[in-house]
Design a protein. Structure first.
Length: 147
């Protein structure tokens, strides 16, 4: 009886390993174009989203990513102020940006919050409108992720 249970457990583990690998197999040839959308304030939310992005990269590999962007607008922008940047947010940002992550910051939000693009962490790209950038990326065939 124990041998059957053990065999069943081994089979389930093997099936689980196969299923995990099958979610992004080495034979999957398409390069991904993905963008994440963040418009909620706070370090905890930014850390969660940046962790999701890192998990995404770790799973598919930079070599399988054609383009990866994070679009930020609304209350989120204050989370990305250079002078107040949380050390954990900074570390995650620097690692992802070094790999190729592009971050788009909404100019409309900047104006409404009386901020300048230079007030934000270095490397963010100011775009005329965050929501328009979301639309453009969807029209260009990017996968949309809103954690």
């Amino acid at each position: 009886m124990r041998a059957r249970i053990l065999a069943a457990l081994v089979a389930l583990l093997a099936l689980g390993a196969w299923a995990a690998e099958a979610t992004h197999s080495k034979e999957y040839a398409k390069k991904h174009k993905i963008f994440y959308h963040l418009n909620e304030a706070g370090n905890a939310k930014a850390i969660a989203v940046l962790t999701n992005i890192q998990n995404h990269v770790d799973t598919v590999g930079w070599q399988n990513i054609e383009a990866l962007e994070l679009v930020v607008h609304g209350p989120t922008l204050k989370t990305f102020l250079a002078k107040d940047l949380d050390p954990e947010v900074r570390g995650k940002l620097e690692k992802l940006m070094a790999g190729g992550l592009r971050i788009d910051a909404c100019q409309i939000t900047l104006g409404r919050q009386h901020l300048e693009a230079r007030d934000l962490v270095e490397g963010l790209t100011a775009v005329p409108s965050g929501v328009v950038r979301v639309m453009e990326l969807q029209e260009l065939g990017y996968a949309y992720v809103k954690p």
